[in-house]
Design a protein around this ligand. Structure first.
Ligand SMILES: [Zn+2]
Length: 159
């Protein structure tokens, strides 16, 4: 059972690795952790990269390696980004969606082509929102403006 213990410690370490672009959202919240294998202290972490074009993967990998390596009982860490399955915004966990809202970012609704999509305002829940700018601060996000509560907000594109 020691291995299971180690596995859960590794998972909680992964839950501390935050998306460098969205504060407060961990890799686990994003649904990026596909598999964790622990064999005699050697840990293999398989991650599904989020949006293509997000420049943060290298940073994330280094962060994952450092945090997992710091878990007592871990002797070696391998981090791999999988090409399949593809990440979709459906993988964001319910807790991840709540966290997104709490920092004023609308979580993606559904998945599919991102051409016609209307997020809910993270502040008041209204769908009376207008797209301000297709390209937000990163290619993953768009800026919207809520007609109901008059707040601008960012929304994650569904993919
Ligand atoms: Zn609103």
């Amino acid at each position: 059972m020691q291995q299971t213990d180690l596995e859960s410690r590794v998972l909680s370490a992964l839950d501390e690795v935050m998306d460098p672009e969205i504060r407060g959202l961990s890799l686990v919240d994003l649904g990026m952790v596909e598999r964790v294998e622990v064999t005699d202290g050697r840990v293999r972490v398989e991650l599904i990269p989020t949006y293509v074009g997000c420049p943060a993967l290298g940073l994330m990998k280094a962060d994952v390696e450092a945090r997992v390596a710091a878990v007592p009982g871990v002797e070696a860490v391998t981090v791999e980004f999988l090409r399949k399955p593809l990440w979709t915004s459906d993988r964001i966990t319910p807790r991840g969606r709540e966290r997104l809202k709490s920092v004023g970012i609308a979580p993606p609704c559904g998945s599919g082509p991102a051409v016609h999509w209307t997020p809910e305002c993270p502040y008041c829940g209204s769908t009376q929102v207008q797209r301000e700018n297709v390209f937000g601060p990163t290619s993953c996000r768009s800026i919207f403006y809520c007609s109901a509560c008059r707040n601008p907000f960012e929304a994650i594109k569904p993919v």
